[in-house]
Design a protein around this ligand. Structure first.
Ligand SMILES: [Mn+2]
Length: 321
């Protein structure tokens, strides 16, 4: 069954109450970077246990961890990558012990999601994030270029070490797409940016734990028929980011959930048709009147509209509970 979750940061914010007030009691969590005691790492069992307990004390079940320990050496194939991969293996083992079923990771080297404007005007004076390839800073990274072939080889190496651990732990590794889905950016190649590349990921190391995060904002820039692609990926989808955009991969802006290029109702129907069994969370939201844009895409009030809109789609497709 599709279930609605929210991103709940490990350190309490007003969203901890707002989400519950909207009827959301499933958390997509981070890692306990801000609550470590001496000699602890974020992948260790004790801080993960405390984090999970804090979510539960607030009424949330922790369904997904959507944060990563350092992985750039692994992505670049540098000395020290085995230590980074060992840390991921420890994380997966501990998630298994704690019954947290999905780890959302990504293969974006050097920098994560990238926008060139964090306050682009949207409906009624709200603001959204946007990207224009012409505006990417020249000094985005000081690292040398890296090729797509290298990224594939390093990903293969990573998956062959981690997926057997994930299988023993019963934790699904869920690959989030590159955002924006273009390559290269200032010499840094990106590979998780097309639908054929995603099928290559799934085929290179076959495993029930080798799964994907269907982040609609990125996937809808890879196709004009997202519902059809959702049906093709089917059971390989373990986690959904629900959001929308308008534009093309090199030049786009995010939109309100009801105002982008994608047929969101048809997507919801596709998840039902493939028997998606996992959590879906609103991804980036507009920043609205009276709210802060200091964490663009993750403002509190914008999520209320998103949750309500998604709940409506869910009831339209799945029926009222
Ligand atoms: Mn996403």
């Amino acid at each position: 069954m599709l279930r609605i979750a929210e991103f709940i940061s490990p350190t309490p914010t007003p969203v901890w109450k707002l989400a519950r007030q909207c009827g959301v009691d499933l958390a997509v969590g981070g890692l306990p970077f801000d609550s470590l005691e001496a000699n602890e790492r974020v992948v260790d069992l004790a801080p993960l246990t405390r984090m999970k307990q804090a979510y539960e004390d607030a009424g949330f079940t922790l369904e997904v961890i959507e944060s990563r320990p350092p992985l750039n050496k692994a992505k670049r194939g540098l000395a020290g990558r085995d230590e980074e991969i060992d840390a991921v293996c420890t994380l997966l083992e501990n998630m298994g012990k704690l019954g947290i079923p999905v780890w959302c990771y990504e293969w974006m080297t050097d920098f994560n999601w990238l926008r060139t404007n964090l306050a682009t005007p949207s409906r009624g004076g709200s603001v959204v994030t946007s990207f224009d390839a012409n505006d990417v800073p020249a000094d985005l990274t000081s690292n040398p270029p890296i090729s797509e072939d290298e990224l594939w080889a390093n990903l293969d190496y990573f998956l062959r070490r981690t997926l057997p651990v994930a299988e023993r732990a019963g934790v699904k590794m869920s690959m989030h797409p590159d955002d924006p889905p273009i390559t290269p950016i200032r010499g840094v190649s990106r590979i998780m940016r097309t639908i054929p590349n995603y099928h290559r990921l799934l085929e290179m190391v076959p495993s029930d734990m080798n799964t994907i995060t269907l982040c609609q904002g990125n996937f809808t820039l890879m196709t004009d028929d997202l519902p059809a692609e959702i049906r093709r990926f089917g059971k390989k989808i373990s986690f959904v980011h629900f959001r929308d955009v308008e534009g093309v991969p090199t030049q786009f802006r995010e939109t309100w959930h009801d105002a982008g290029k994608t047929d969101m109702l048809a997507c919801m129907q596709a998840y039902k048709d493939v028997g998606f069994d996992g959590v879906l969370r609103p991804d980036h939201v507009p920043t609205v009147e009276g709210d802060s844009n200091s964490n663009a895409g993750y403002s509190a009030f914008g999520r209320l509209y998103a949750i309500g809109y998604i709940r409506g789609l869910q009831e339209a497709v799945y029926g009222t509970p």
